[in-house]
Design a protein around this ligand. Structure first.
Ligand code: SF4
Ligand code: SF4
Length: 138
């Protein structure tokens, strides 16, 4: 069953490295459904910075509409789930967060701007397919 944004109003589940992807999103993605969902989430958070996010390291409300999400595992490539988990862990470490922490999107933005530098970004995003069209890497 698809989620509507109203269902996002309480708490969004976001895997840690997607906190970066939200900042870099330029309207491209794995499928129309993925882009539509991502666009909704990005705009919702921009307009509702007090939204609570639970920071996780597994398939989330963004993966939810991704064609590579097979039975709640990232199957974008044979090693994708391991790779994205590593990206999540690096992001958590950089931001000083623990898996399953709950905080506002506003606080996440503060952490991203205070704790992340370009070498962290390179380290986290090094193998991402979208790096050339990601706003964070311009
Ligand atoms: S380069 Fe890829 S992983 Fe990194 S923020 Fe952009 S879309 Fe996300
Ligand atoms: S490629 Fe994997 S981690 Fe990325 S949105 Fe799709 S299922 Fe989630």
């Amino acid at each position: 069953m698809k989620k509507d944004l109203e269902e996002f109003s309480d708490i969004l589940n976001i895997r840690a490295h997607h906190l970066l992807c939200i900042q870099g999103f330029q309207g491209r993605g794995y499928s129309q459904g993925f882009v539509k969902n991502m666009d909704k989430i990005v705009n919702f958070l921009k307009n509702n910075p007090q939204t609570l996010l639970k920071v996780i390291s597994s398939t989330d409300d963004i993966c939810y509409c991704c064609p590579h999400n097979i039975e709640n595992t990232c199957k974008q490539s044979p090693s994708a789930e391991d790779n994205v988990k590593k990206m999540d862990l690096k992001t958590l470490n950089c931001l000083g967060l623990e898996k399953h922490d709950i905080t506002t999107y506003e606080h996440i933005i503060e952490l991203l701007s205070n704790r992340l530098d370009s070498s962290d970004l390179k380290e986290i995003c090094g193998f991402c397919l979208w790096i050339e069209c990601c706003n964070l890497h311009k």
